[in-house]
Design a protein around this ligand. Structure first.
Ligand SMILES: CC(C)(COP(=O)(O)OP(=O)(O)OC[C@H]1O[C@@H](n2cnc3c(N)ncnc32)[C@H](O)[C@@H]1OP(=O)(O)O)[C@@H](O)C(=O)NCCC(=O)NCCS
Length: 159
């Protein structure tokens, strides 16, 4: 018998805000240490609780009651996808992305930082295509970014 707890993908609830904010701060600190910090931790906690979770849809990956990662979706706009440090590369991001494709089955788009090579490889592995590169004047960190798009029709082109 497999006693390992299952990972579920669920809609977030307002009571998840503190855990999601802690995860977001830890994940960005681990994966994007070079980013200019433009908000304090308290500002980030307030933004997660009162803006980010109050807009669109937020989905969490949960295992044994603990949130391993989350994703925010505003229509076709995949706005945030972060996993807890120590949880990378075990398929959790793929589970969350599959939910985003289920919710927006025709098209998704997202921004990522150009230096985030791991995330870019992840999105490209999942069929996203690079739309354009920017020098950083369209994000508040001033960090060069990349716009990616996924369309369901991309997979049909390969048939
Ligand atoms: C990017 C992220 C969401 C990916 O989720 P994940 O659960 O780690 O990725 P998965 O295990 O589902 O990976 C699926 C495939 O994507 C590719 N991939 C994922 N991470 C990769 C990396 N760091 N480098 C190269 N390829 C990668 C691989 O092909 C991988 O398959 P494999 O492990 O069998 O080789 C996660 O690593 C993360 O939260 N990173 C830190 C925060 C971040 O950068 N978020 C994105 C902001 S835009």
């Amino acid at each position: 018998m497999n006693a390992a707890p299952a990972i579920t993908i669920e809609r977030s609830s307002p009571s998840d805000a503190g855990e999601i904010a802690a995860l977001y701060l830890a994940s960005r600190g681990e994966a994007l240490p070079y980013l200019r910090r433009v908000h304090s931790d308290d500002e980030v906690r307030g933004w997660i609780a009162h803006v980010r979770l109050a807009t669109g849809e937020t989905w969490v990956a949960r295992e044994a009651g603990r949130i391993l990662g989350f994703l925010c979706l505003d229509g076709e706009d995949l706005d945030q996808l972060y996993l807890m440090p120590g949880q990378f590369r075990r398929g959790v991001g793929s589970l969350l992305l599959a939910k985003a494709k289920e919710r927006s089955p025709e098209r998704l788009h997202l921004f990522t930082f150009q230096r985030n090579h791991g995330a870019r490889a992840f999105y490209e592995r999942h069929g996203f295509r690079l739309v354009d590169l920017n020098d950083g004047d369209r994000n508040e960190e001033g960090e060069p970014d990349a716009l990616y798009e996924w369309r369901r029709s991309f997979s049909e082109e390969g048939l």
